[in-house]
Design a protein around this ligand. Structure first.
Ligand SMILES: NC(=O)c1ccc[n+]([C@@H]2O[C@H](COP(=O)([O-])OP(=O)(O)OC[C@H]3O[C@@H](n4cnc5c(N)ncnc54)[C@H](OP(=O)(O)O)[C@@H]3O)[C@@H](O)[C@H]2O)c1
Length: 329
C-alpha cells in the first residue's frame, strides 16, 4: 500500500481507502462488514469513510461495532463522518452550529470513538453563513472532537469563502474536499479546484471511483440481480443508469473493457488506477459489497504502471470527458 499526504497536511492516508455508503446495513451486516474491514486493514488501508446519513446512522453503528471488535490501535487508522442530513426536523439538517455540534456527538457515539479523524460538511448549506460553519468546525477541532475538517461537493467559490473566513478570524481552515471523481466525472477535480490545490494545498478523498459500479462493466447487458442498482432505496441510481447519459456511459465502458483487455489488466483496475494517476487525489475511497470485490480492488495500484501515456490517450479517446483546459500563457 502506498500512502499519500492529505493535501498539505501531515496526515498520510492509504491511497486506497474503504467507504460504507449503500453497502453497510443494506448489503453487509456486522459480520460481513467486519470481514471486509479486516481485509482492507490487513492490506494497509488506514481510512474508513462514513456519514451520519448512511443508512440513517446504522452504517456508523456497524462500523463502530467492527472497530470495537477488532481492537486495532486507535492511532493506526482514521475514521470519518459527514454532517448535513441528520433527520427531518429543521434543527437536524444543514451546517448550523447547532446541527454540527449535535451531529458530531451523535457520530462519535455511534462509531464508539473519542474523536473523528476527518469530518466533512456533506454538502454546502446556503441557509447558514459560512463563518458560522467554520467557527463550529474550529470549535470541534479545539475540543479534540475532530482532527481535520473538510467539505464534500462544495464549489470552489464556497471552499474559498471557508478559507477566507478561517484566515480572517484565525480559525482552523478546511483540509480536504470529497468530490466524486471517475472516468466520467472530472470537472471539479481537473478544472474547478486547480487553484485550490495550488494556493491552499487542498487534499481530496474521492468517491464513486467506479461510477457506482458502471465502470465494472457489469451493466453491459442490463441490471444483474444482487447489484446496487436493484436496491429500491437507491432508485435514483437506477434512474441515472437508465438515462441517456447512463446508457452512454455503459457503451463507453464496453470500449474501455476492450482496451483493458488489450493492455492485459482488468477493466476495474484500469478505472481505479486511472484515478490514482491524478496527483491531486489523496485517497480513492473504494466501495465493495463483498470480500471478493474488495480483494480485487485493493490490487488496483499494480495496474497504474500499465497506464502509459499512450494508454492514457486511448482512454481519453474513448471517454471524451476531459474538462476544457484553462488558457495558459
Ligand atoms: N461524499 C459523498 O457525497 C459520497 C457519495 C457517494 C459515496 N461516497 C463515499 O465513497 C465510497 C465509495 O463510493 P461507491 O461505493 O459509490 O464506489 P464505487 O467504486 O463507484 O462503487 C462501488 C460498488 O461497485 C460495485 N463493485 C465494486 N467493486 C467491484 C468489483 N470488483 N466487481 C464487481 N462489482 C464491484 C459494488 O456494487 P454492487 O453491490 O452493485 O456489486 C460496489 O458496492 C462510499 O462508500 C462512500 O464512503 C461519498
Amino acid at each position: 500500500m502506498n500512502y499519500r499526504r492529505l493535501g498539505k497536511s501531515g496526515l498520510k492516508l492509504s491511497e486506497l481507502s474503504y467507504g460504507s455508503w449503500v453497502t453497510f446495513s443494506f448489503q453487509l451486516d456486522v459480520a460481513a462488514a467486519a470481514a471486509c474491514m479486516k481485509v482492507a486493514y490487513d492490506a494497509g488501508v488506514n481510512f474508513f469513510d462514513n456519514a451520519e446519513v448512511y443508512a440513517n446512522g446504522e452504517s456508523e453503528v456497524i462500523m463502530g461495532k467492527v472497530l470495537n471488535k477488532m481492537g486495532w490501535p486507535r492511532d493506526s487508522y482514521c475514521v470519518s463522518s459527514k454532517v448535513f442530513w441528520g433527520g427531518d426536523k429543521p434543527t437536524q439538517r444543514g451546517l448550523s452550529r447547532k446541527h454540527i455540534h449535535d451531529a458530531c456527538h451523535a457520530a462519535l457515539e455511534r462509531l464508539s470513538v473519542d474523536y473523528l479523524d476527518l469530518y466533512f460538511c456533506h454538502r454546502p448549506d446556503r441557509q447558514t453563513p459560512v463563518e458560522e460553519t467554520v467557527r463550529a468546525m474550529d470549535s470541534l477541532v479545539r475540543q479534540g472532537k475532530i482532527l481535520y475538517w473538510g467539505t464534500s461537493e462544495w464549489s470552489a467559490d464556497e471552499i474559498r469563502a471557508a478559507y477566507g473566513a478561517a484566515y480572517k478570524y484565525n480559525l482552523e481552515p478546511p483540509t480536504m474536499e470529497q468530490p466524486q471523481y471517475n472516468l466520467f466525472e472530472r470537472e471539479k477535480l481537473e478544472r474547478e479546484y486547480l487553484r485550490l490545490f495550488e494556493d491552499e494545498g487542498l487534499g481530496t478523498t474521492i468517491w464513486s471511483p467506479l461510477a457506482s459500479g458502471i465502470l465494472t462493466g457489469k451493466y453491459a447487458e442490463g441490471i444483474p440481480s444482487g447489484t446496487r442498482m436493484e436496491l429500491p432505496e437507491y432508485g435514483f441510481l437506477r434512474k441515472r443508469l437508465e438515462s441517456d447519459r447512463g446508457r452512454e456511459m455503459v457503451e463507453r465502458t464496453k470500449r474501455l473493457a476492450e482496451l483493458a483487455s488489450d493492455v492485459g489488466i482488468s477493466l476495474i483496475h484500469l478505472a481505479l488506477a486511472w484515478c490514482l494517476k491524478n496527483p491531486n487525489v489523496s485517497t480513492v475511497i473504494l466501495g465493495a459489497s463483498n470480500i471478493d470485490q474488495l480483494k480485487a480492488n485493493l490490487k488496483a495500484a499494480e495496474a497504474a504502471k500499465k497506464l502509459t501515456s499512450d494508454v492514457m490517450e486511448r482512454i481519453e479517446g474513448i471517454v471524451q470527458s476531459k474538462p476544457e483546459a484553462w488558457i495558459d500563457w
